[in-house]
Ligand binder design. Sequence first.
Ligand SMILES: NC(=O)c1ccc[n+]([C@@H]2O[C@H](COP(=O)([O-])OP(=O)(O)OC[C@H]3O[C@@H](n4cnc5c(N)ncnc54)[C@H](O)[C@@H]3O)[C@@H](O)[C@H]2O)c1
Length: 264
Amino acid sequence: MGNNNQRIQGKVALVTGGASGLGLAIASLMVQQGGAVIITDIAADQGRLAAEQTGAEFMAQDVSDEARWREVLSHIFEKYGRLDILVNNAGISGDGLATDPETTTLDEWQKIQRINSDSVFLGCKYAIDYMRKSGGGSIINMSSIAALVATPFITSYGASKAAVRQLTMSVALHCAKNSSRVRCNSVHPGQIRTPMLESLFEEAASQMNVPLDMVVQGFLERIPLGEFGTAEDIAYMVLFLASEESKHITGGQFVVDGGMQLNG
Ligand SMILES: NC(=O)c1ccc[n+]([C@@H]2O[C@H](COP(=O)([O-])OP(=O)(O)OC[C@H]3O[C@@H](n4cnc5c(N)ncnc54)[C@H](O)[C@@H]3O)[C@@H](O)[C@H]2O)c1
């Protein structure tokens, strides 16, 4: 598979939500491994900074905007002449409104589906043909362990991530049957200490009226390996799925959770 430090040499990768957290770590590792990386994010200033730090290109994008998906992908194809990797990573947990099935409003439900799930559909829908024209490609959809267990405290989020998982299987089979050499897999992080998880901790502490430390300890106790994951733990999984090392893998679900799922 070539040089160990150049696992995606010559490949062109788009990483959405690349200004922060997991997306930033993924973009950074992909640049180190020889990829030409385009970061997109709705947070433009932070995205530009992330691009400068990592050596990626930045484009502003709201992933729920269909027209912008067409513009971003056509810009990339024109400029780089190919698209090999799409990481549908951008997502939200819910504006401090993490709620149960009775208190979730329809507005909140729809907003989360739009940003976490409609966006992944749009990314897949428009990227497949560019990848086919590039001779194949790898789509990696960021789902969550929340897709695989009940999440009554973040109802809309869990449902949006389950939709991403199911869509991944349909995209994978569609692409395989159309001989496009496009693969599609989903990654399911457990609890990784990014800005998203920090705000979930803060919200839980304020809802339960307990100190933040106690909430963090409670989350930690649910991870059998005894520590939170790092953004790099997820980035290495994504890199594997993006590289030719995983060329026989499509439609798969890759859980990176320190064993959380074992607790049910
Ligand atoms: N951190 C975890 O523990 C964890 C666990 C499971 C899944 N995930 C998933 O991983 C992905 C990344 O999460 P993170 O923890 O790095 O969160 P984060 O909040 O640090 O990063 C998310 C990025 O997405 C961007 N974004 C939000 N809405 C957008 C939109 N409409 N268009 C474009 N960009 C937008 C944000 O500006 C931010 O830069 C998300 O899909 C999240 O659901 C995270």
